[in-house]
Design a protein. Structure first.
Length: 271
């Protein structure tokens, strides 16, 4: 007699409980089925279908060029590979800013067409109306403050944000506004660790840090950076756990050598 053990899906409620019991939330980006399957099997709590796909998958300089259709395609692939993890999808640049109705329509398309479990938006009080409208439709929303890559041309640099008092105070105001609007969590990117600790303690909802120190309720990295698929990108906050760039390059060079020497395929590798 076989026993079918049901896998328990991570939900916003579970993430809230994790904060309450001080259990850290582990989150990584994913953009395709194969990677999502591996990361889900590894036990990731949250998979972020990030607009960073614009950089690491398509080779763009910024996250701005990626479209809603492209984000939906990546999200569909990730959802198919995730049986346990909560899958959240970035709303790309231009799909929500300045128009709450367009934001709602974008979020609905992601949820209906990909099967994802929530969406992520960059910004504070200026996008609260959009967040409220999306949440009213029953769609979970994750916020994102600090360094917001979709605003890179406004900032002009990828340096640490909220180091001065005025910007730190605005971030504190923004994060409370996001919580009040109904966000289930918020990403804090590249802000001083002391500020991230203070903000995390002030909130009932979880914070997910990237370059924001150890006192957030969870951490996120771009998986391609974490496993060393990207070359030359090594900011202070990145811990690289593998060097797949050199590993894959070496494997490809060995394959080339075997093909050139007529050593592949051998007798065992043919029919």
């Amino acid at each position: 007699m076989s026993v079918n053990k049901e896998i328990k899906r991570v939900t916003t409620h579970i993430l809230q409980e994790m904060k309450q019991r001080n259990e850290k939330i582990a989150m990584l980006t994913a953009y395709d089925y194969s990677m999502a399957t591996i990361l889900d099997d590894a036990g990731l709590d949250v998979l972020l279908v990030g607009d960073s796909a614009s950089n690491v998958m398509a080779g763009h300089e910024t996250t701005l060029p990626i479209t809603l259709d492209q984000m939906i395609y990546h999200a569909q692939s990730v959802v198919r590979g995730a049986n346990r993890a909560f899958v959240v999808v970035d709303l790309p640049f231009g799909s929500y800013q300045g128009n709450s109705k367009e934001a709602l329509n974008s979020a609905i398309r992601i949820m209906k067409e990909s099967g994802a479990h929530g969406v992520k938006l960059e910004g504070g009080v200026e996008i609260v109306e959009s967040i409220q409208r999306i949440i009213t439709a029953g769609i979970p929303v994750m916020g994102h403050l600090g360094l917001t890559p979709q605003s890179i041309y406004k900032f002009g640099t990828y340096t640490v944000r909220a180091k001065d008092e005025a910007e730190a105070n605005k971030l504190k105001t923004d994060v409370l506004a996001l919580q009040e609007a109904g966000c289930f969590a918020v990403v804090l990117e590249k802000i001083p660790a002391k500020l991230a600790k203070e903000v995390t303690a002030s909130l009932d909802i979880p914070t997910i840090g990237i370059g924001a120190g150890p006192n957030c309720d969870g951490q996120v990295l771009v998986v391609n950076d974490m496993i060393g698929l990207t070359k030359g990108f090594k900011p202070r906050f990145l811990r690289q756990y593998l060097d797949l760039y050199e590993g894959i390059k070496g494997a490809a060079q060995s394959y080339i050598a075997d093909v050139k020497a007529n050593d592949f395929p051998n007798e065992k590798e043919q029919y």
